[in-house]
Design a binder for this molecule. Sequence first.
Ligand SMILES: *Cc1c(COP(=O)(O)O)cnc(C)c1O
Length: 222
Amino acid sequence: MIETNVKNLISEIPESNAFGEKITLVAAVKLQPPENINRAIAAGITDIGDNHVQEFRDKYAMIAGNPRRHFIGHLQTNKVKYLIGKVDLYHSVDRENLAAELSTRSAAAGIVSDILLQINIGEEASKGGFLYGEAENAYKAIKKLPALKIRGLMAMLPLSDDESALKALAARMRTLYDKLKAGDGNFEYLSMGMSGDWRLCVDAGSNMIRTGTNIFGKRNYN
Ligand SMILES: *Cc1c(COP(=O)(O)O)cnc(C)c1O
């Protein structure tokens, strides 16, 4: 039951993390029909995150309640043009050429777009994102782009049962976030945590979580 799931989840999320930061819940809405998304919004969801450009466009006008819109999935450079001006925060900026395209298109539209840099914290071949060791150079290069504002970092932890290894990776992300944030007043978001690992991520200092399954149930990929 979506309404119950939303209420339970909101009640389980602490008011703030150990750093005193408020935690933002983004509902991951991939493959959900607009009715389900609107039910979640009516039950208290304020932020929604899409993975696929086509789905985002198809459903865009059918979403009620004016939630903040996040783009959280892999983004092809040639599809950026469809999102400009419609996304409040791009989480998955994982390559410099994607950042360049976002900046060019944002400038042409006369806006500045808010982004997060995605970090491949588990160094997984299957995931996008800058490697930990590349992150500062990527940050410096992207920081120069005129029509983007870097608001923080995003990461997906590996799927693993090894809690202590996951905690160590999440803590590493917070360390990198704090290092960059120390020199950048625009930093506000560390987006890390999904249905299976959000508690661990919030404990490590995440202040933005993206969950789908614990709101909508298991996704139907057929
Ligand atoms: C699907 C997705 C989520 C949510 O995953 P759940 O396990 O369903 O909570 C979070 N972040 C990204 C980038 C996703 O693609």
